[in-house]
Ligand binder design. Structure first.
Ligand SMILES: NC(=O)c1ccc[n+]([C@@H]2O[C@H](COP(=O)([O-])OP(=O)(O)OC[C@H]3O[C@@H](n4cnc5c(N)ncnc54)[C@H](O)[C@@H]3O)[C@@H](O)[C@H]2O)c1
Length: 264
């Protein structure tokens, strides 16, 4: 019997990159998966994972920043797949944003990044929590970034990404408070905070779409993050931001003392 047999997981932003890898990892571990994304390729991606693992993967087009879409995704998971045990808040938007960009641009960037990376997480999690409670517990995994942890390498806190950076720090607040509030319901809430991981988002940072040679040698892969997520779920801890750094083993660290859980 696989570790997650009988469990139902939702993964947001699963049409490519890390989200696709996390959906695959959950499916390989036996879970039934609802994978959604704004891109309509999600349907083929879900079908391909289902074929590979033999476990049900339902793909649907939905935008995490729109309440009606979030409610539709959660209703589909409960009505069609039978419930929710695991929520992976993966969908994320990244773009350079400058502190001195024009106001109109700044406000539009705020709406895009915060509505996806932060408001979307709040809405999707709120919609899932009653279902996790009714199952007697479960897991929420928030996909953050290594920016929120003490640096282990150069290049953290890119000065041209104030909104993305702020959105992930904001996510920390959710991880912290929800983990404490939902402990009574046996719902664990953690963050996964990775450095450079091969994905269309990462490749989009480079004009050719190819990773620079040095980065290509050290970059992590969505499958590394999926293994870490599965270990985290199996471990049962809550309220932690788990780092994954380029050049370091991708593995679950010993549990952190309470005062170091959220920012390392
Ligand atoms: N790749 C990295 O190096 C890296 C590092 C740290 C954190 N992250 C985080 O990992 C997560 C996944 O990143 P990735 O690198 O795979 O990015 P990606 O851009 O390759 O994939 C993100 C997916 O989310 C989807 N998405 C975007 N907005 C959405 C919305 N409103 N509703 C539903 N789906 C939406 C996209 O269509 C895409 O399929 C993000 O939260 C990102 O911030 C990535």
């Amino acid at each position: 019997m696989a570790a997650l047999d009988g469990k139902v997981a939702i993964v947001s932003g699963a049409a490519q990159g890390i989200g696709e890898g996390l959906a695959l990892g959950l499916s390989q571990a036996g879970a039934t998966v609802l994978a959604f994304d704004v891109q309509d390729t999600i349907t083929q991606v879900a079908e391909a994972i289902e074929q590979e693992t033999g476990n049900r993967v339902l793909g649907m087009v939905a935008d995490v920043s729109k309440r009606a879409d979030v409610e539709r995704a959660v209703a589909t998971a409960t009505e069609t797949l039978g419930g929710i045990d695991i929520l992976v808040n993966n969908a994320g938007a990244w773009k350079p944003t400058l502190v001195d960009s024009p106001w109109e641009q700044a406000v539009a960037d705020w709406d895009l990044i915060m509505d996806t990376n932060f408001k979307g997480v709040m809405m999707l999690s709120r919609a899932c929590v009653p279902h996790l409670q009714s199952r007697g517990g479960g897991d929420i995994v928030n996909i953050s970034t290594y920016y929120v942890l003490p640096a282990r390498s150069e290049g953290t806190n890119n000065p041209e990404t104030d909104l993305y950076n702020a959105s992930k720090w904001a996510l920390n607040g959710f991880t912290d408070t929800w983990s404490k509030y939902l402990a009574k319901d046996n719902i664990r809430v953690n963050g996964l905070c990775m450095g450079a991981t091969d994905s269309p988002m990462l490749r989009g940072l480079f004009p050719t779409g190819e990773l620079p040679e040095a980065m290509a040698k050290t970059v992590m892969y969505p499958s590394d993050i999926a293994r870490l997520m599965l270990d985290l779920i199996a471990d049962g801890r809550t309220g932690e931001n788990i780092g994954a750094w380029v050049g370091h083993p991708v593995e679950l660290p010993p549990p952190s003392p309470a005062h170091r859980r959220i920012s390392g």
